[in-house]
Design a protein around this ligand. Structure first.
Ligand SMILES: C[S@@+](CC[C@H](N)C(=O)[O-])C[C@H]1O[C@@H](n2cnc3c(N)ncnc32)[C@H](O)[C@@H]1O
Length: 280
């Protein structure tokens, strides 16, 4: 293999790129993550035959809006770690909300995994709801910025990294029923569950894109805000206010909080934990 010299990311170009990434996607690259960004984007520059980050910045900035390079950028710079039943207590809470509201509901329960990455969260939601008896049914959607991860989500094939021994489904949810074991050890979501989940690309800080998604009874937006820039959190929250129906619920990750941000959400106890209830 030929040893190629690495492409340097000078401080000024880092500032410019972190600015456009924050403004376009709401994602924060703090001052100490310059090397991480360099590594994540270097291969992309090589593929394009671009030799300097200043040229890459120019290419992004002065190309027509909506050009595919912005999608490539999103695919390179997002952090997509996820696994089935992550922070599993929240799925017990989801089951409790479904049970509580089943009787009064004349329409399917609409739930959203906002920032779904490769889909483990959305399938965990669907497997949870399958095991409750919801007379009017349910719909699960997953949205994310990263097109490559969304393609994996649609395929529904998962290796070991998508499972954690200590993150288990709620007691009455039999995940084995929904995942076929393949010869090489990977697991494939069975068609019946795959058919219950829809994935699409959306940028949660883009008002127009958010408006096109409709409104949901329950939204999981977990481990997304933690990568958001402080100044972008209100933009994410505006989107989430549109996405959650009045009296619907928002779940954020256990390391995240809406404390200190003005919003229509207030914490409420549900199913042994708390979630954010949207006011009217
Ligand atoms: C760390 S993953 C979390 C996945 C899952 N929610 C979980 O908790 O396991 C964060 C996801 O948020 C997505 N994301 C970040 N900013 C976004 C934005 N502005 N719009 C849509 N998705 C975004 C990333 O692409 C990434 O897949």
């Amino acid at each position: 293999m030929i040893d190629r010299p690495s492409i340097a990311l000078p401080a000024m170009e880092y500032e410019l790129l972190r600015g456009v990434i924050r403004d376009t996607f709401g994602i924060d690259y703090p001052p100490n993550k310059r090397e991480l960004m360099r590594v994540r984007l270097e291969e992309r520059l090589r593929t394009l035959g671009v030799r300097r980050f200043s040229d890459y910045y120019r290419l992004l900035r002065y190309a027509p809006p909506g050009q595919p390079e912005w999608q490539q950028l999103a695919d390179c710079i997002t952090n997509n770690e996820t696994y089935f039943f992550r922070e599993h207590q929240q799925f017990v809470q989801l089951a409790e909300i479904a049970r509580r509201t089943a009787v009064q509901r004349g329409a399917p329960l609409r739930v959203l995994s906002a920032g779904c990455s490769s889909g483990e969260e959305a399938y965990s939601m669907a497997a949870t709801l399958e095991s409750g008896s919801l007379p009017s049914g349910y719909e699960v959607s997953g949205v994310d910025l990263n097109a490559a991860r969304l393609a994996e989500a649609k395929t529904g094939r998962y290796g070991e990294r998508s499972f954690r021994r200590d993150e288990t489904p709620p007691p009455n949810v039999d995940l084995e029923r929904w995942l076929a074991r393949e010869a090489n050890g990977s697991r494939l979501v069975r068609p019946a569950l795959r058919a219950r989940v829809r994935f699409q690309r959306a940028n949660l800080v883009d008002e127009q894109q958010v408006a096109g998604l409709g409104a949901f009874d329950v939204v999981f937006c977990r481990n997304v805000l933690i990568y958001g820039h402080e100044l972008s959190v209100p933009r994410f929250l505006r989107g989430l206010e549109q996405l959650v129906k009045p009296s619907g619920y928002l779940f954020v990750g256990q390391a995240e909080s809406l404390l200190g941000h003005r919003s229509v959400f207030r914490p409420e106890r549900v199913g042994g934990g708390f979630a954010y209830l949207r006011g009217p």
